[in-house]
Design a protein around this ligand. Structure first.
Ligand code: LLP
Length: 404
């Protein structure tokens, strides 16, 4: 991913030609970058070889999951749809964990039939529901209980999950009650303590705090968990943030924890595997000027990428073809949707753009396409996977007739 002779190249693919061939907007992913991210992730924690379950919600394209699974990763799913997709992509059921606060009876029943590794349960009622279904099926089901450790992940409020006011997991009191209850259950085997404190975490200290909380809790209850599922949440560098998560320190804290508690560690990373491996290519439809700024109206909109509108997330925007002339006016990159929040970024210094120019919105591999919608009855974009000079369409552009 770099400029060659002022043209942005994605592996060995010329993006201008790609845009001409397939039209825009295009979600485009780099095979090499995904593989590199997987290797990095594994090597950060190689001393205790964790089970790494890719959080399918970050990107649920079958071919992407297939590729990730080929490199040994399992899947973290949160719905029957994601579970079916992971199985379809070839993920082994014994490498699948199922999280979520509101799994329905039919979803639980399906997961039990598929004999997945763990159902990570998030409430007393859910545990009782699993027990009821297991009894009816006369099966023993392996589960985890998700603890809400009341840890501030120091990330955006909208993507924090581990504070006591958040809906996720159970508090320590309920956790202990459930452990005691399940010791006597004939149909449920409690194998895992799971946590997930939030997403886009760049500071290792919240993880450290979370581990201290789990450590104290296990000391108190004297229960041997076969698995400790630490969730995902590892952040990546978007836009201006040069801050990086210190994996060495996180790894050190886990190793310290494992000296006392011998369990297999599970991770559920999404963003750190796929976030920086995807771009969104878009074309300038119109440019409109007022006294203060120029609106660069793109053919991509908040229905294609909702992160800026939903969380105020800032994704870097770069030109597909570089020129030297810089605009004197501020550029505001917007989409065509009838909402003021349909705005990607405001940039003071950008090269002069003209209508029909192509731009790239960076780092959209995670929570990009998977959060897209048909708002304003707009069709979803095409998804393309690039490997060297090989181009594979991994999801066709939606057609209007699919929506009627
Ligand atoms: N495990 C559980 C139980 C989760 O809820 C999540 C994300 C993950 C793992 C993966 O987290 P990651 O490694 O990707 O941070 N739409 C938001 C992010 C929401 C994350 C929801 N849960 C965004 O665009 O930033």
């Amino acid at each position: 991913m770099k400029y060659i002779n002022k043209n942005y190249s994605f592996e060995k693919v010329n993006l201008e030609k790609l845009a001409k061939r397939f039209a825009t907007p295009i979600y485009c992913y780099s095979n090499q970058k995904i593989v590199k991210n997987i290797k990095n992730f594994k090597s950060n924690f190689k001393s205790f070889s964790p089970l790494i379950c890719f959080a399918v919600k970050a990107n649920s394209n079958t071919q992407i999951i297939k590729l990730i699974s080929k490199h040994g990763l399992g899947a973290d799913v949160v719905s029957k749809g994601e579970l079916m997709m992971a199985l379809k992509a070839g993920v082994k059921s014994k490498k699948i964990v199922f999280s979520g606060v509101g799994k329905t009876s039919s979803e639980l029943s399906y997961a039990i039939d598929k004999k997945i590794l763990l159902i990570n349960s998030e409430s007393k009622s859910e545990v009782l529901e699993i027990e009821k279904i297991a009894k009816e099926k006369n099966k023993i089901v392996d589960i985890g209980i998700r603890l809400n450790p009341n840890t501030d992940a120091k990330t955006l409020n909208q993507i924090s999950t581990g504070k006591k006011e958040n809906k996720f997991g159970v508090n320590q009191k309920t956790f202990i009650e459930l452990v005691n209850y399940l010791k006597k259950s004939k149909y449920i085997k409690l194998k895992c303590l799971s946590v997930h404190i939030g997403s886009q975490i760049l500071d290792h200290k919240p993880y450290q705090k979370m581990l201290e909380t789990i450590n104290k809790l296990i000391d108190k209850i004297h229960y041997k968990f076969e698995f400790i599922d630490l969730g995902g949440g590892m952040g990546i560098s978007y836009q201006q943030s040069k801050k990086k998560l210190n994996y060495k320190k996180y790894n050190y804290e886990i190793k310290k924890f494992l000296k006392k508690h011998k369990s297999k560690i599970i991770f559920e990373p999404g963003r750190s595997i796929i976030g920086n491996a995807g771009i969104l290519i878009s074309k300038v439809i119109y440019i409109k000027e007022n006294q203060k700024k120029k609106f660069i109206i793109l053919d991509a909109a908040m229905n294609d990428l909702i992160r800026p509108a939903l969380y105020g997330a800032k994704h870097k925007i770069i030109p597909l073809k570089k020129i030297k002339k810089i605009s004197k006016k501020t550029y505001e990159f917007v989409g065509p949707i009838c909402e003021t929040t349909d705005k990607f970024l405001t940039i003071n210094k950008f090269q002069i753009l003209k209508e029909k120019d192509l731009i790239i919105i960076c780092d959209v591999g995670a929570y990009g396409y998977s959060l897209s919608s048909n708002y304003n009855l707009r069709t979803k974009p095409i998804e393309i996977l690039v490997n060297g000079s090989k181009i594979t369409v991994i999801k066709k552009r939606q057609k209007l007739k699919d929506l009627f």
